[in-house]
Write a protein that binds this ligand. Structure first.
Ligand code: DGL
Length: 259
């Protein structure tokens, strides 16, 4: 089908998911919405996150999205049930990778770094309860990390300071898996790898989301069929320069839109 895959996030973080999707589905067109003006979502109320997710969904649908990837853990855990009930297209969400971490840990201790909005959601709690029975889960809010990534400061001293503050206590507790429960956090990996010892696995859900997107497109007959060239379109209500930095290297169209 000649319509794009719609993707949204509170800002630039979801580009970490966009990259996985483009790699796995190189023939598909994409349409990415970065709601940077309203970032961070993680400190907002459930109702606010829901309203922003509805707004983003309606823009993507209006622009012809055939499927919507909610490339934001905070929006997924607070709004995906509502979106699935109220719109016709399939939705793919992203949640902290508790299940893979629970399967891999040998110390039976797992750390989760995510936003307040994700950690306080009932979806996150239900997933933890279901998949991490017998595992100690250390939850840590990554307060201040999303704004740093949004400001292009993912490799700054400030980011290093915050990450040490958040991750060190979990390491002292003996975790051997650290789950990155926010799509902005993979951009912090260069610093995280210096802080986290090699025996601790850092797990995110990016590839799993791309695989699920492919599986759903295939099963619903929505894969692109024509041979028309591939197009990647980005809309941001924030800084186009920052967004370009995160997705540079291809033929992308990046525009500022006040949504
Ligand atoms: N990328 C979003 C997530 O995965 C960040 C949320 C926020 O804006 O605080 O949770």
């Amino acid at each position: 089908m000649e319509r794009p895959i719609g993707i949204f996030d509170s800002g630039v973080g979801g580009t970490s998911i966009w990259k996985e999707i483009v790699q796995l589905l190189p023939m598909e067109d994409t349409l990415y919405l970065a709601d940077s003006k309203n970032a961070p979502y993680g400190t907002k109320s459930k109702e606010e996150i829901l309203q922003l997710s509805i707004k983003n969904t309606e823009i993507l649908l209006e622009k012809g999205a055939k499927i919507i990837v909610v490339a934001c853990n905070t929006a997924t855990t607070n709004a995906i049930d509502h979106l699935r009930k109220n719109y016709q297209v399939p939705f793919i969400g992203i949640e902290p990778a508790i299940k893979p971490a629970a399967l891999r840990t040998t110390t039976k201790k797992v750390g989760v770094l995510a936003t307040k909005g994700t950690l306080s959601s009932s979806l996150f709690h239900n997933t933890s309860k279901m998949h991490a029975a017998g595992i100690q889960v250390f939850e840590q809010e990554g307060k201040g990390l999303v704004p740093l990534v949004e400001a292009g400061k993912a490799r700054s001293e400030e980011a290093q300071f915050l990450l040490e503050k958040y991750v060190s206590p979990m390491l002292t507790e003996g975790i051997d898996c650290l789950v990155l429960g926010c799509t902005h956090y993979p951009y912090l990996l260069p610093i995280l790898r210096k802080i986290v010892p090699k025996n601790v696995q850092i797990i995110d859900s990016g590839f799993a989301v791309a695989k699920q997107t492919k599986a759903i497109l295939k099963s619903q007959g929505l894969l692109k069929s024509g041979t028309k060239g591939v197009e990647h379109v980005f809309f941001t209500n924030g800084n186009t320069y920052t967004l370009r930095f995160f997705v540079s290297g291809g033929a992308q169209k990046i525009s500022y839109v006040n949504f």
